[in-house]
Design a protein. Structure first.
Length: 397
């Protein structure tokens, strides 16, 4: 690409340096996996090893971008994105590569680029589902409006000013209706599209973003939200709430009653004032759950702390686990539960005098009240702390 004039020598050096970061991240992850299955480092570094699929897709994306518009891509920025993702691990790299391989290179200094904003009425009945699908862009849904509306902002690129003005004048959001849903999706000829949607309460929401943040507030209905690379925020929803991000933080607040299921591969998770049942998983990030009215909780982090405050309940089972991180739980003094605390390489702190208490260096069992529910807290490499009615050390405020 340098010889053909499609890539400058300095940009090529930046990309080569970023690929070294990719190789190091992959090598470290491979070494961890190899330790589990007995594979030697020599085997991992042998010439027979093939490049992962996501590396191939990144190279193909760079090749395509240089062919289409060599001067349009800010390659220094691209290299920086790759290095930043490499710091967070292979899962974050994959999310960044997904974005780039689908056209997510940042363009500057080439052709014409401008934004256009439109406002449209949007009628979504409470018995319908609002579906949104965006490749690049942020999506905001605001519930509680008597009259629905859509504000959409699109970034459009063209080879000339005249072509740009024509595309801006002809662009409109793609809206499709069916018996059970109203669907909005990004058009094929825009760089990104941001949406602000205002709907009545009770409208179910289903949002998919490849690269962008998602915010849903005040709908008081089911929510499904997924972003490959971006944060997800859900406030004042009820019913089934599903939120996923491959690389981004997730926050669910004031969900009552709710069945919450959230997962982030690389990012923190916050649950605040959630009533009902909640399940949360993070591969790399802390999980905080405050002011919970819990029927049941299952919270798991591979690399991060799990900090929980229950103000009512639990009625069923609470399972809190971390492979590499501390686990802290604070429950009401009136809680009825059997308690199981354990850690392999960490300390145990149980601030309460439990009935039927049995303790050892790495394990404590006992009972609060009648022992109706079951509380199971464990960490492989981290401390475990349990208390009732008071903020335990490190517990959420």
């Amino acid at each position: 690409m340098v010889a053909e004039g499609r890539l400058s020598p300095s940009d090529a050096l930046d990309l080569m340096d970023s690929f070294l970061h990719l190789e190091e991240a992959e090598r470290q992850e491979g070494s961890q996996e190899g330790g589990a299955d007995g594979e030697t480092a020599d085997a991992k570094s042998s010439g027979s090893r093939q490049s992962p699929d996501w590396v191939t897709r990144l190279v193909d994306g760079i090749e395509k971008a240089t062919k289409e518009a060599a001067e349009a891509v800010n390659w220094s920025d691209v290299a920086g994105q790759i290095k930043e993702a490499a710091k967070k691990g292979v899962e974050s790299i994959k999310g960044t590569v997904d974005q780039m391989s689908k056209g997510g290179f940042r363009f500057s200094g080439f052709g014409q680029r401008d934004s256009v904003t439109i406002e449209l009425p949007l009628a979504v009945a409470s018995d319908r589902t609002l579906k949104v699908q965006v490749s690049q862009g942020d999506v905001t849904v605001e519930g509680g409006h008597d009259v629905g509306s859509l504000t959409a902002t699109a970034w459009i690129r063209a080879g000339s000013k005249e072509e740009l003005e024509t595309r801006k004048a002809s662009w409109s959001a793609v809206i499709e209706e069916s018996d059970g849903s109203v669907s909005i999706r990004q058009s094929e000829h825009t760089v990104s599209e941001d949406y602000v949607l205002r709907v009545p309460r009770g409208v179910k929401v289903d949002i998919r973003c490849e690269s962008g943040d998602i915010s849903v507030t005040g709908t008081n209905a089911d929510v499904r939200a997924s972003s490959t690379s971006g944060d997800v925020v859900v406030v004042e929803a009820s019913g089934s709430i599903e939120a996923n991000s491959a690389s981004g933080d997730i926050r669910v607040e004031r969900a009552d009653p709710a069945l919450v299921d959230v997962e982030s591969k690389s990012g923190s998770i916050v649950l605040k004032s959630v009533a009902g049942t909640a399940r949360a998983r993070s591969s790399s990030g802390d999980i905080r759950c405050t002011a919970a009215k819990a029927e049941a909780l299952t919270l798991e982090s591979v690399s991060g702390d799990v900090i929980v405050e229950i103000i009512e309940g639990p009625k069923s089972a609470v399972s809190l686990r971390s492979v590499s991180g501390d686990v802290v739980l604070d429950v009401p003094p009136t809680a009825d539960a059997r308690i199981n605390l354990s850690t392999v390489n960490g300390s145990l702190r149980c601030a309460e005098d439990l009935a039927e208490k049995v303790s050892s260096e790495n394990r404590v069992t006992g009972k609060l009240g009648s022992g109706t529910a079951v509380i199971d807290i464990s960490s492989i490499s981290g401390d475990v702390c349990f208390a009732t009615g008071t903020a335990a050390a490190g517990s959420p405020k």
